[in-house]
Design a protein around this ligand. Structure first.
Ligand code: ATP
Ligand code: ZN
Length: 285
């Protein structure tokens, strides 16, 4: 039987989350560390561990069918692969940063400056669009130390909290792109593999949807049920179970995480009691 080959980062910021996502999708991966290619016993997937920078090329060549990389790497490498799904983890941004002491007044600052980066393509597009003439100095790691050692005037690099910049006496002055992990795919998969990919994407969406919702149970006096149903409409409508105590019912429903605290406040106002909130593992709609 055909297997979908999935490339994951061997070790780095994407590795753990990528493996966790596959496991939540019912794709377990046994086989100890150090193995390059691991098959899943319960889903037609095999995982190939690579450096993240190499993944777009491998997917483009069809050596692997799909892969998980940062969107920043996908954009930088400019390979003919598609984004099959956005994954929402490893969020970061690519930004220009300058020494803290600079009085930065706008992009013109970068004219005739030297900028160190591991993302020369993204940077050169950005500079071109903004008519800035700067020298790009490509280095593959520890970009943030370049200004301190006199290698460059500024840097263009990944930022998440900004603490690395801060400890290197730099400040972020322009956000050029935002990034999250993405599942990239070869543009033309054979039908059997395409089918496996679609099942995998279906599972990923079920996991992601579940993470954005909570299961809620509460007790309410019967005369308040109608108003409470309006607050927690659920997937179709809430379940109502009569309590042994006369005049009371238990309601079960699903609420979006983002509105959660607001809804809880209103439920309390309506007289809901004994509110229980439970995480949802998978959500199939
Ligand atoms: P490799 O050895 O595989 O080449 P790397 O050093 O290039 O690894 P990592 O630092 O592990 O890469 O980062 C992998 C990806 O994780 C980045 O391309 C980016 O999308 C994302 N990322 C990087 N830094 C952060 C961060 N601080 N917070 C969140 N996501 C990040
Ligand atoms: Zn890398």
């Amino acid at each position: 039987m055909e297997k979908l080959r999935v490339a994951l980062q061997k070790s780095g910021r994407l590795s753990e989350k990528s493996i966790e996502l596959l496991e939540e999708c019912g794709v377990t991966l046994d086989g100890g560390p150090g193995r390059l290619l691991v098959s899943s016993p319960d889903f037609p997937v095999e995982v190939l561990y690579l450096r993240d920078d190499d993944i777009p090329q491998y997917v483009a060549d069809g050596v692997t069918d799909v892969g998980i990389v940062g969107e920043n790497v996908y954009v930088e490498k400019e390979k003919p692969v598609n984004i099959a799904e956005r994954l929402g983890f490893s969020r970061c941004r690519l930004s220009l940063a300058v020494p803290k002491s600079i009085e930065y007044e706008g992009l013109q600052y970068f004219n005739n400056k030297k900028i160190a980066t591991s993302y020369p393509n993204i940077l050169s597009h950005f500079l071109k669009e903004n008519n800035i003439q700067a020298e790009i100095h490509e280095i593959s790691g520890s970009v943030e130390i370049a200004p301190g050692i006199g290698l460059a005037d500024a840097i263009f690099d990944i930022v998440s909290s900004g603490s690395t910049l801060f400890s290197n006496n730099l400040k972020e002055v322009e956000v050029v792109m935002k990034s999250e992990a993405v599942l990239i795919a070869h543009p033309k998969l054979q039908p059997e593999k395409q089918h496996i990919l679609e099942e995998l994407i279906f599972r990923i969406r079920s996991v992601q949807k579940a993470k954005k919702h909570k299961y809620i149970l509460l007790n309410a006096p019967n005369d308040k049920i109608q108003e409470i149903i309006e607050l927690i409409p659920g997937m179709k409508s809430p379940s109502i179970v009569p309590l042994a105590k006369e005049g009371w019912s238990s309601l079960h429903s699903v609420v979006p995480e983002k509105d959660f605290w607001q809804i809880i406040g209103k439920l309390k106002e309506k007289g809901a009691q004994g509110i229980l909130v439970i995480p949802i593992e998978k959500m199939i709609v």
